[in-house]
Design a protein around this ligand. Structure first.
Ligand SMILES: [Mn+2]
Length: 245
C-alpha cells in the first residue's frame, strides 16, 4: 500500500493542490489522481479557519467515494458534524468561516455539501489501522492500548489528544505529550497540534505544520516515510505553533 498522508488542511485548498502536484498527482475532474495508483489519506480537520473548507469537503468526499482516499475525523470535523445534526454548537474557533461559506450557497447546494460531509463522517472510523497494522492514522494521535478499541475515551483521545481539562493563558487546552510515552510497533501518523516542522518522536510523526496559521502543509509519503511540505499563502501567526519539545 502506497499512501500520501496529508496534514490538517483547514480549508487550505491552494496549498493542498500545490502539495499534491509536488507529489506527482494529476488533477482530473477537480480531484488529484496519481499515475501509479498511490492513494491519499487525511488526518482530519479538513475544514474551518481557512478560505476553502467546502472545496476540501467535496474533494475528500469524491476521493473517498472512489476509494482513492482514507479519512479520519478531527475535532473540527466532529463539531461540523454536530452542527449539521442541528445540535447547539458555538460558531467559533474557525467554524464561523465554514458556516459563512455554507450560508453563501443556495439551499440546494448547502444541502448537497451537508449530505456529502455527513456521509463521509458517518462512514469513517475514529482512526485507521492500515498496512496489516503497521500504520495507524489518528487525528490527535492514539495511545498504544487504545489501538483496536472503540469507546468514548478513545474517541476523545483521537479527536482532542491527551487533554487535561486545563487551559494555557492563550486559551489553548493543556495537552500531555502522549508521543513521548508511545512504545508501539505501528507508526502513528497524526496532526492536530501545529508544529514548525514535522515532529518525529519514536514511532510517531505529527504532520500538522500549521498551514492555516501561515506555516506549511505537509504530507508523509508511506512507506517511504519521507515528508514533503509546501509553504502556506496565509499570514504567519507564531503563537499558534506548539513550542514543546
Ligand atoms: Mn484538530
Amino acid at each position: 500500500m502506497k499512501l500520501d498522508i496529508i496534514g490538517d488542511t483547514h480549508g487550505c485548498y491552494e496549498e493542498f493542490k500545490q502539495l499534491t502536484e509536488q507529489l506527482n498527482y494529476v488533477w482530473t475532474d477537480d480531484i488529484p489522481v496519481h499515475p501509479d495508483g498511490r492513494k491519499l489519506a487525511f488526518v482530519g480537520d479538513i475544514t474551518d479557519r481557512g478560505p476553502h473548507s467546502l472545496k476540501m469537503i467535496e474533494i475528500v468526499w469524491k476521493l473517498w467515494k472512489k476509494q482513492d482516499a482514507f479519512y479520519v475525523p478531527g475535532n473540527h470535523c466532529n463539531k461540523l458534524y454536530r452542527y449539521f445534526l442541528g445540535r447547539k454548537v458555538q460558531i467559533t474557533h474557525g467554524l464561523e468561516t465554514t458556516v459563512a461559506e455554507l450560508k453563501a450557497l443556495s439551499f440546494k447546494k448547502e444541502n448537497h455539501v451537508k449530505k456529502m460531509f455527513m456521509e463521509l463522517y458517518e462512514s469513517s472510523p475514529l482512526y485507521h489501522i492500515l498496512d496489516d497494522g503497521k500504520l495507524v492514522i489518528a487525528h490527535a494521535g492514539i495511545r498504544e492500548d487504545y489501538i483496536g478499541k472503540q469507546n468514548k475515551s478513545v474517541e476523545k483521545f483521537v479527536l482532542y489528544g491527551d487533554i487535561t481539562g486545563e487551559f494555557h493563558d492563550n486559551g489553548m487546552p493543556v495537552r500531555r505529550d502522549w508521543a513521548k510515552h508511545y512504545k508501539g510497533k505501528a507508526l502513528i501518523v497524526y496532526g492536530h497540534t501545529p508544529v514548525d516542522k514535522p515532529r518525529r518522536v519514536g514511532n510517531t510523526i505529527n504532520i500538522d505544520t500549521g498551514a492555516v496559521f501561515g506555516g506549511k502543509l505537509t504530507a508523509l509519503r508511506y512507506p517511504e516515510n519521507e515528508t514533503i511540505s509546501v509553504p502556506s499563502s496565509l499570514p504567519f501567526i507564531q503563537e499558534k505553533f506548539n513550542k514543546i519539545d
